[in-house]
Write a new protein. Structure first.
Length: 280
């Protein structure tokens, strides 16, 4: 797919703003679920952008940059994955899998830029001692401009390379379909890895019942059926019904068990640490 100059400029601007937002604005504009649909709309396919953005968001949902330790960059990964999905017609999961190396490149760029600006912290301290807000402002503007420009260039290169070599890349994947299937499977697995990372940090024993209930509800909503091209409703909920019911049963049993355990633990503390006379 060929993209015009206006689309290239708009993709650069969106990537520039998202790169700055990730470390400076902190308005969550850089999140793939936001960037993906915007880039997709610019390139002419909002739906694919939304699917890719949501898929990549699940990968990043448990990732958090801590100091110099940077995870694969969400901005570069989300933008490049959307470009590949729309421009090359790849499956969203395959586009996400291919975009991961670009996200790692974004991670390396962030680390490099942070390293280059480390000596300037002394300059900023000196400006603060001299009550010179303009000096501090200029350092921040310089770092934001450099970061946004670097990210924007990567996005434009991916966009132009996809336009220039799109037929060759597509022919390659047609000949080696197993490779595209591998990227598709790998990209599909990554979203579960990202969500598992989040669960490992946040999940507590008392929430497992709600987790199973939510999983069952999501499966029901996604498998009840769909409306075909003729407007007729097609029911697709079949063999998975028993599995769904079992998840619901497990969820209810876990929630009930945990509630009873809490009640017993509270009952065991009655009479300890105070009495009715002092109101405790």
């Amino acid at each position: 797919m060929d993209f015009n100059a206006l689309q290239i400029i708009l993709v650069f601007i969106v990537t520039f703003i998202a790169a700055i937002d990730q470390f400076s604005f902190l308005e969550s504009l850089y999140q793939p679920i936001v960037v993906g649909p915007v880039v997709g709309a610019i390139l002419g396919d909002l739906q694919i952008g939304l699917v890719v953005g949501g898929t990549y968001q699940l990968i990043q949902i448990g990732s958090m940059p801590i100091g110099g330790a940077q995870p694969p960059n969400a901005v570069i990964g989300g933008v490049v994955a959307t470009i590949f999905a729309v421009g090359l017609g790849l499956e969203p999961a395959a586009a996400v899998g291919i975009a991961v190396p670009f996200a790692i490149l974004g991670q390396m760029m962030v680390t490099l830029i942070f390293t280059l600006f480390s000596p300037l912290m002394g300059v900023a301290d000196k400006a603060a001692d001299e009550a010179n807000p303009a000096g501090i402002r200029n350092i921040n503007l310089l770092s934001m401009t450099l970061l946004g420009t670097a990210f924007g260039i990567v996005a434009v290169l991916a966009l132009t390379a996809g336009s220039a070599f799109g037929p060759q890349i597509q022919a390659f994947f047609d000949e080696y379909a197993w490779l595209q299937n591998g990227f598709n499977v790998g990209g599909g697995m990554l979203r579960y890895v990202g969500f598992a990372t989040l669960l490992r940090i946040m999940m507590s024993g008392e929430l497992w019942g709600y987790y199973f209930a939510g999983f069952a509800l999501a499966t029901i909503v996604g498998a009840v059926g769909y409306v075909d091209a003729n407007g007729a409703f097609v029911a697709t909920l079949g063999g998975s019904a028993l599995l769904i019911i079992s998840f619901i049963g497990v969820a209810i049993a876990l929630a009930d068990y945990q509630a009873n355990v809490k009640i017993k633990n509270l009952a065991g503390t009655v009479g300890h640490g105070g009495d009715e006379e002092d109101g405790i």
